[in-house]
Write a protein of this length. Structure first.
Length: 152
């Protein structure tokens, strides 16, 4: 009786098993690493010239900053580098899946700028940020205001 010769399928099965084991271990190591450390630079970020530009526009917004005087008179605050520090969000369009997140971020940015202006002026006045949201598909608009009282 002759000893059995190894077939060509045995090395393939060994190679397939090795690839599976390496891939499984890589996934077991990569997932905890990705959840533990902030990998934002590697995540998708919407850019005007990316596939996100083909998404349906959800909302357009316009931001107006003004100061309320003691008599209720409005004095508009200009978007200069001292106020907004180069933040180009006075008028923009939210896009795609991230439009709800962008609305929250926009309101937070308005609040930060208003706090910066109120802290700088320290005049006891009320500073208001008005965000006019235009929902293009629904044909409606909503105004949200953020009010900050400046310290005296």
């Amino acid at each position: 009786m002759q000893p059995e010769q190894p077939t060509a399928a045995a090395p393939r099965r060994h190679l397939a098993a090795s690839i599976f084991i390496v891939a499984w271990l890589a996934a077991q190591l990569a997932y905890p690493f990705a959840t533990k450390f902030d990998l934002r630079p590697f995540r998708y970020q919407w850019a005007p010239l990316s596939w996100g530009m083909y998404a349906n526009p959800n909302a357009e917004y316009q931001v107006t900053l003004y100061r309320l005087g003691p008599d209720g008179a409005r004095t508009e605050i200009d978007f200069d580098d001292d106020v907004a520090r180069g933040t180009p969000w006075s008028r923009a369009l939210t896009q795609g899946e991230t439009s709800a997140i962008r609305r929250i971020e926009t309101l937070r940015e308005v609040e930060i700028v208003l706090r910066r202006v109120a802290e700088r002026n320290r005049d006891g006045a009320t500073y208001v940020g008005s965000v006019d949201w235009y929902y293009l598909q629904e044909g409606r608009s909503v105004v949200q205001e953020i009010r900050i009282q400046a310290p005296s």
